[in-house]
Design a protein around this ligand. Structure first.
Ligand SMILES: CC(C)(COP(=O)(O)OP(=O)(O)OC[C@H]1O[C@@H](n2cnc3c(N)ncnc32)[C@H](O)[C@@H]1OP(=O)(O)O)[C@@H](O)C(=O)NCCC(=O)NCCS
Length: 138
């Protein structure tokens, strides 16, 4: 099916519910705040995919840091997985990032999420020999 894909605007609770069901939330993150921050910044967004009935069934967050584009929070509703919707959402996010001027796109996959790494490899993404380090600033 063809999704209707647009910026997520008024529906943060539905997106948060989707992410919780998809296992993407963590106690130390505030997903609603993540959505608001991404939507408040001109170089990032959250794309939402709706079915014909207007139900939010897919999301992806995209941001361009001036050097690379990044993807986060890709999720498809459990009852709609395996229909090509994840591929469509990634393509939409790639298009959005290209429009921002990003020459390359990257993403991080939690080490315990092997299935999603296989999904991205199916879409042409290649593993990188990098170690990701981080520190909280607030
Ligand atoms: C990852 C996810 C978004 C994939 O969405 P989806 O709609 O089921 O994927 P699609 O149907 O678009 O699959 C696209 C292609 O990837 C393949 N694929 C999907 N899942 C796969 C897997 N686990 N392993 C290998 N290939 C996979 C499909 O076979 C399909 O191949 P094809 O187009 O060549 O036939 C979905 O499983 C999901 O929401 N998972 C939970 C949330 C999550 O982990 N998000 C990632 C956070 S980093």
């Amino acid at each position: 099916m063809s999704l209707s894909i647009a910026d997520l605007t008024p529906e943060a609770p539905a997106a948060v519910a989707l992410w919780q069901a998809a296992g993407l939330t963590r106690p130390w993150n505030d997903p609603a705040a993540d959505i608001n921050a991404a939507l408040a910044c001109a170089s990032s967004t959250v794309l939402a995919g709706h079915d014909e009935g207007g139900r939010l069934i897919a999301t992806v967050m995209a941001g361009y840091d001036g050097h690379r584009g990044w993807l986060y929070y890709l999720a498809v509703a459990g009852d709609r997985q395996g229909e090509g919707l994840g591929r469509q959402m990634v393509a939409a996010a790639e298009g959005w990032l290209a429009g921002q001027g990003a020459p390359v796109v990257r993403l991080m996959v939690r080490t315990d999420n092997a299935p999603v790494a296989a999904f991205y490899e199916r879409l042409g993404y290649e593993p990188s020999e990098v170690r990701v380090l981080g520190r909280r600033l607030s």
